[in-house]
Design a protein around this ligand. Structure first.
Ligand code: ADP
Length: 522
């Protein structure tokens, strides 16, 4: 289907009232209109929905939109119905519908009225629905929140794993559109593999949020007083404070109230009425601050949240990015402050200890990344974006000066010789160790894993003894971000030399490193 510019723009105007596409939208939509598989990776608020809604409205047949949350589906359907006279243009098909309602939905689909059909993955697995849908004209299947497919994502849903098989049964060559705001390469790989969309064209927007300021402070026993000071300095501004436990949420909300700050608590232990009351108070600006567990935030679209504080370190960089992403949506100021103490990490590890081993290993690998984020003294923005597979220029990039480390840089020192030692140890141990073992080998400490490989008998064992463990941890992180080493995520962090790393060994050059902040104990 080839389309003139004017057709596409006039449809955008007609259905949505917008005069311009946002970011990659137009390219995405053209790809969908040409019946190609499409993979869209855009941060929250990037305008993903329109990427499938507009082509669905323009194409013949019904587009199926798989979405994990009924509430989200209902919002979307209402919004689409708002732009059309035709009530049946968008429907939700789920188990809460009455027989009469189901009949109406099916009639609208058969009559070609319905352009968008929202379904939860569970409904799509029902035989009767598959039987019905395989006999109607479908334009494409959009899998929203596609990261739910991956155990490495922040919201794994096993039902998502069966989608490919079901889509195959709905017809031959139905185009698939996968959409997600999860930017980690590992999750993307899982999605492509699981949805069988190796030929899909990938559209990835930048995840940089240049207006957000990132800061980490050590968490001491005075953390509450520090939070109160921060909130008072930002009086009258909207903010979210995340805590790990419900108990802490209630305590901290009370402490803030006693100190004259207008705050409400929010967690999943309150009944629905109380929750929506507190949420509305925050949205309507009757209170400035909501102290919450991560139950708060899904689907919250308050554009002028000015700060997001993490009283406890989150469980992954991904979660941190999503949670801080609620700040500064309007492009204005957004301060993201996290308190960090290593003992909180141990608490999170303990939480996981009852879970299946594979889940624990994934959880620990993700946790190590957020520890590295907290302790690093390099550009925090560069660190986050590198985690998402994106290169960031910490000198000239947009938002380069927007973090604590960039504003107060630690002195740098030449570490060429040490980089060579590190890369050589990775190479000479045959690329089979994680950071932990590599650092041990460098400082000359052994463990079961190291001695089982007899690495402690090698000449290079202890070659970096003149520096401590923290130094080598910091250097490894910076060498990773510089792209000389790579972590194999599937095997929970085994280090490899990259092509650049090999080149570096052939021809070492200056490498200026900064030491990490020391918040953690041995
Ligand atoms: P996402 O699903 O990626 O989080 P949404 O689809 O909810 O993002 O879109 C975010 C906001 O951007 C919505 O308010 C939407 O109406 C708006 N939007 C989307 N496309 C455009 C556009 N082309 N022009 C202006 N606003 C847009």
């Amino acid at each position: 289907m080839s389309l003139m510019n004017t057709d596409l723009h006039s449809s955008l105007k007609k259905y949505f009232g917008f005069s311009k596409f946002k970011g990659l939208q137009e390219d995405v939509i053209r790809n969908i209109l040409s019946d190609n598989d499409t993979f869209v990776i855009m941060p929250t608020g990037g305008g993903k929905s329109l990427c499938y809604q507009l082509p669905a409205l323009m194409k013949e047949g019904t587009a199926i939109v798989v979405s994990p949350l009924i509430a989200l589906m209902k919002n979307q359907v209402d919004a689409i119905r708002g732009i059309s006279e035709q009530h049946g243009i968008a429907h939700v098909l789920n188990s809460s519908l009455t027989k009469t309602e189901v009949k109406q939905v099916k009639e609208d689909i058969v009559n070609g009225v319905t352009k968008l059909l929202y379904v939860a993955p569970e409904s799509l697995t029902k035989e009767e629905n598959v039987d019905f849908l395989k006999n109607v004209k479908l334009s494409f299947v959009a899998v929203d929140e596609a990261h739910c497919i991956s155990e490495w994502g922040h919201d794994f849903r096993p039902e998502y794993r069966n989608l490919r098989g079901i889509i195959n049964r709905l017809g031959d060559n139905i185009p698939i559109i996968g959409l997600t705001a999860t930017a980690t390469p590992k999750v993307q790989e899982d999605i492509i593999k699981n949805l069988g969309m190796t030929d899909a064209k990938v559209f990835k927007a930048s995840f940089n949020r240049p207006n957000l300021f990132y800061e980490v402070r050590p968490k001491t026993k005075d953390v509450d007083a520090d939070i109160i000071r921060f909130v008072k300095q930002n009086q009258g501004k909207s903010g979210i404070i995340y805590c790990l436990s419900r108990k802490r949420v209630e305590e901290l909300a009370q402490v803030l109230q006693v100190n004259g700050i207008s705050a409400v608590p929010y967690h999943a232990g309150f009944d629905a009425k109380t929750r929506s009351k507190y949420q509305d108070m925050f949205l309507m600006e009757e209170v400035d601050v909501v102290v919450a567990t991560i139950a708060f935030g899904m689907g919250i679209d308050k554009p002028d949240v000015r700060f997001v504080i993490h009283h406890d370190i989150p469980k992954s960089i991904e979660s941190y990015y999503q949670e801080t992403g609620r700040a500064g949506r309007d492009g204005g100021e957004g301060h993201c402050l996290a308190y960090y103490a290593y003992k909180d990490v141990e608490k999170l590890e303990k939480f996981m200890s009852g879970k299946p081993v594979a889940e624990q290993e994934i959880g620990n690998a993700l946790l190590q990344e957020i520890v590295a984020y907290a302790e690093t003294s390099m550009s925090r923005r560069k660190f986050i974006l590198h985690y998402f597979g994106e290169d960031f220029d910490e000198v000239n990039g947009e938002g380069a000066d927007m973090d604590d480390n960039a504003r107060n840089p630690k002195p740098k020192e030449e570490a060429k010789e040490e980089v060579v030692k590190l890369l050589n140890v990775v190479k000479d141990t045959k690329e089979k160790f994680k950071t932990k073992e590599i650092v041990k080998v460098l400082v000359g400490k052994t463990n079961a894993m190291i001695s089982s490989h007899k690495t402690d008998e090698k000449s290079f064992f202890g070659i970096g003894k003149d520096k401590n463990k923290e130094f080598w941890m910091a250097l490894t992180r910076q060498v990773l971000v510089a792209g000389l080493l790579k972590k194999e995520i599937e095997r929970y962090g085994i280090l490899h030399l990259t092509k650049e790393g090999k080149k570096y060994l052939d021809n070492p050059e200056s490498f200026m490193m900064t030491k990490d902040h020391v918040y953690s104990k041995e």
